[in-house]
Design a protein. Structure first.
Length: 457
């Protein structure tokens, strides 16, 4: 028997039960549901709908139920359709007639919206915190190899030398924007739906602003229909997480490349690599491949929910119950991805010699030569053309650009530009990849991390 069986003459068909029950996945909301219910109980007392003794009894009961969940002793009963009904059923068992007053002036529609906002508010904060830890792991790796550099790529072709710290900070900035986005989402979702009832409010004298404040929400809903019917905050969270996944997938792809024999820029710790069941020599970067792959699943969860929400009439529809599994899954996966990548960067050995050898490729000096010509008064387009011809000639003659420069009267004076690291040191503009440009960038990154951290609480 369910808590709403009064109107019905026959029990629910088993196949409908299986389709519609959500306890099997939404029981993880128990702590937030109890927090929401406790505020609701206080609100009922405030409205004169519960005596202070009844209020106290219900608060104690709700805490006891939360404890049962926490220690694993809570027993689901037949008829516990979702976490909300399970808790109310148990409250009535424990507190008798007082328990049956718990759902006064409330619907599961405003209840589930409240619970899910409370849950998501905490969850996005945790993802943001984990991401800041990952940014710090990237910074830590950079500072383990001060002065190390590698080729920077465009089109995955060697382009210009960049400091390792500069390169890793590029990922850091993406992730910090993800943190910002998650915390901005938290701002928008921080509105209480409690008191909206099924969709239209209630004739009983409750005060949504009172419970909103108890729950630490910025304010109570303005419109009861909107309060129970929109899951834009879940979609937004799924988007934020999907974008985190996209960023992590790019990092994963880079790790796959760096740890290949062809690049040889990095080795991951044995504790962050996997072997092959057949090939004894293999040391695989599965961690990076899984980080890359799981982003697809995160995008899928977002897409799935958006399609579920599309075209839903106002206000609550049972379709909305389908918001939970994608949300829970994306959170679970992104936590796994962040934790594993963080450990991976911590375990990494960067092979500065191989990376620097690649970055000292003479061709990467081409633009420096053109820029020196510009300093001598040659218009850039002409300088580009002249150096391009020299690069082409070197390729045809199968010699390096450095050799071609040394053999050419017009260019011979530029030979010192080919000294290891000279091109890197020449990149002095703000935000650029050279050593002189780093202190200011490090300060800006630190300031962004401090700001993000201050927003976490
Ligand atoms: N388990 C439901 C959900 O997740 C709770 C709300 C049910 N409301 C209803 N009118 N059937 O959306």
């Amino acid at each position: 028997m369910t808590l709403w069986s009064g109107r019905f003459s026959s029990p629910m068909a088993a196949s409908l039960w299986d389709l519609s029950e959500s306890y099997s996945f939404d029981h993880i909301l128990y702590a937030h549901d109890v927090v929401g219910s406790k505020a609701h109980v206080r609100g009922l007392e405030h409205a004169g709908l519960l005596t202070s003794e009844e209020c106290e009894a219900l608060l104690v009961t709700l805490d006891a139920i939360a404890q049962e969940f926490a220690d694993g002793s809570f027993v689901r009963h037949e008829g516990d359709e979702d976490i909300h009904m399970a808790i109310e059923r148990r409250a009535t068992e424990l507190a008798g007639a007082t328990g049956s007053k718990l759902h006064t002036a409330r619907s599961r529609n405003d209840q589930v919206a409240t619970t899910l906002r409370l849950f998501t508010r905490d969850a996005v904060t945790t993802v943001a915190r984990d991401l800041i830890d990952l940014v710090n792991a990237l910074r830590e790796l950079g500072s383990r190899y001060p002065g190390a550099y590698l080729p920077g790529y465009t089109h995955l072709q060697r382009a210009q030398p960049v400091l390792l710290g500069h390169h890793l900070s590029a990922h850091g900035w993406s992730l910090l924007r993800d943190v910002d986005r998650l915390l901005d989402t938290r701002e928008r979702l921080n509105v209480s739906p409690l008191g909206a009832g099924a969709l239209a409010g209630t004739s009983l004298p409750i005060d949504p602003a009172f419970t909103a404040e108890l729950l630490g929400f910025r304010e109570a809903f303005a419109n009861s229909i909107d309060a129970v019917s929109d899951r834009d905050f879940v979609a937004e969270t799924l988007f934020d997480i999907a974008l985190v996944g996209i960023h992590l997938s790019r990092m994963g792809e880079e790790l796959v490349l760096w740890t290949s024999s062809e690049f040889g820029f990095a080795t991951l710790g044995d504790d962050y690599t996997t072997g092959s069941s057949m090939l004894p020599q293999k040391k695989n970067s599965d961690v990076a491949e899984l980080a890359r792959a799981k982003s697809g699943r995160l995008v899928g969860n977002l897409t799935g929910l958006l399609v579920t929400l599309k075209g839903l009439p106002l206000s609550y529809n049972r379709d909305l119950q389908e918001d939970k599994e994608p949300l829970f899954d994306s959170l679970e996966q992104v936590f796994l991805m962040i934790a594993a990548l963080r450990g991976t960067y911590g375990s990494m050995t960067f092979h500065s010699d191989a990376a620097q050898r690649a970055a000292d490729d003479p061709n990467l000096v081409a633009v420096d030569i053109a820029e020196r010509l510009v300093e001598g008064g040659v218009p850039f387009r002409q300088a580009h053309e002249q150096v391009g011809q020299l690069v082409g000639e070197a390729a045809r003659r199968n010699i390096t650009l450095a050799q071609a420069v040394a053999q050419n009267d017009q260019f011979r004076s530029f030979a010192e530009l080919f000294a290891p690291g000279a091109s890197l040191r020449a990149r002095t503009t703000p935000g650029g990849s050279g050593p002189a440009a780093q202190p200011e960038q490090a300060d800006r990154l630190q300031a962004a991390i401090d700001l993000a951290t201050s927003r976490l609480i």
